[in-house]
Design a protein around this ligand. Structure first.
Ligand code: UDP
Ligand code: MG
Length: 306
């Protein structure tokens, strides 16, 4: 039973050493048969050199070097594509996902015959603002999306070959992996854990990267944004039809309304509503464009395997 662990890293030079030690220690506790695929997502510091150094020491520690920074979700996808294991784990490289939990996840997969086992965060030790934005995202996503993903779940998970094959068969470009992982179905189970804050370095998923991920998730798993246009458009038509009748009636009985305030207000309002909806349409068109361009999700520069 080969176990693969896929870890994306981007400018994590300070913690490669600790990561290597923690992961190999956690894995050797329950198996000798494993590979760790560290995906270097276009780091600009000496992350790659440090990874290669670990690879030289220990060939089970493999390094997949992408040609540039493709983003966290693409880096995971790249590593998953190269993983050869019977069971494949996804884990962040900043040790916020505790490697010791891999054993519990793996055992749960075996004992409960589950195809996917994900880590469920019972608590998070992160900044108030980050926790607030993440929990509001999960709240909105669960209300709007057409899949019922449990909240407090991220990328941290273990899945078997069968589930991974279906997962990788989804080759859409705007990727929100936790959503895709629920989309494939199979028997899914979870292990609870408490997510610590980073001990070393700063978060590499900054606010704008996280916002992009949230938009990818909402637009690719929900039709609500475009439905809002439709329903508001219909409501607006009914409303203006009614308003038009009132105005015509007043005109007929010689009580025409003077004053431009109301006109201006409605022009501004309607103008901004139209702009908003053009933006929503644009978002969909852009996504269709990106899918039809069909560019690769990642490009590999080297793979240090053996
Ligand atoms: N990461 C990556 N590419 C990026 C951004 C982040 O591979 O463009 C890696 C990062 O090095 C870390 C993991 O993805 O190992 C999670 O990143 P981070 O801790 O910043 O995310 P958060 O915990 O805030 O979700
Ligand atoms: Mg992190």
């Amino acid at each position: 039973m080969l176990i693969s662990v896929v870890i994306p890293v981007y400018n994590e030079s300070e913690l490669i050493h600790e990561l290597y030690n923690a992961v190999t220690k956690a894995l050797t506790n329950f198996t000798q048969d494993f590979e760790v695929i560290c995906v270097n997502d276009g780091s600009t510091d000496d992350t790659l050199q440090k990874l290669q150094h670990c690879h030289q020491k220990d060939k089970r520690f493999k390094v997949l070097n992408l040609s540039r920074n493709f983003g966290h979700q693409a880096a995971y996808t790249a590593g998953l594509t190269y993983a050869k294991g019977n069971f494949i784990a996804m884990m962040d490289g900043d040790l916020q996902d505790p490697p010791e939990l891999l054993q519990a996840m793996y055992q749960k997969a075996i004992e409960n015959n589950a195809d996917v086992v994900y880590g469920r965060r019972t608590e998070r030790h992160e900044s108030f603002f980050k926790k607030l934005s993440i929990s509001s995202f999960h709240f909105i996503f669960n209300k709007l999306s057409n899949i019922k993903a449990p909240p407090n779940v991220g990328n941290f998970s273990v899945m078997n070959r069968k589930a991974l094959a279906s997962f990788l068969a989804l080759d859409e470009k705007n990727r929100y992996l936790p959503g895709l992982r629920f989309f494939i179905g199979f028997k899914q189970d979870f292990v609870d854990y408490s997510r610590d804050d980073r001990s070393i370095g700063e978060a590499k998923m900054n606010f704008s990267r996280l916002t992009k991920l949230a938009l990818d998730a909402l637009f690719s798993f929900s039709k609500l944004p475009i439905r809002v246009c439709l329903w508001l458009g219909i409501a607006g038509m009914v409303f203006s039809l009614f308003g038009g009748c009132v105005v015509l009636y007043k005109k007929m009985i010689g009580e025409a309304i003077v004053g431009w305030t109301s006109i201006l207000v409605s022009i501004y309002f309607l103008g901004s509503v139209q702009l908003l909806f053009m933006g929503i349409l644009g978002e969909y068109i852009h996504r269709i464009f990106v899918e039809t361009q069909n560019r690769p999700i990642f490009i590999v520069k080297d793979y240090f395997e053996d």
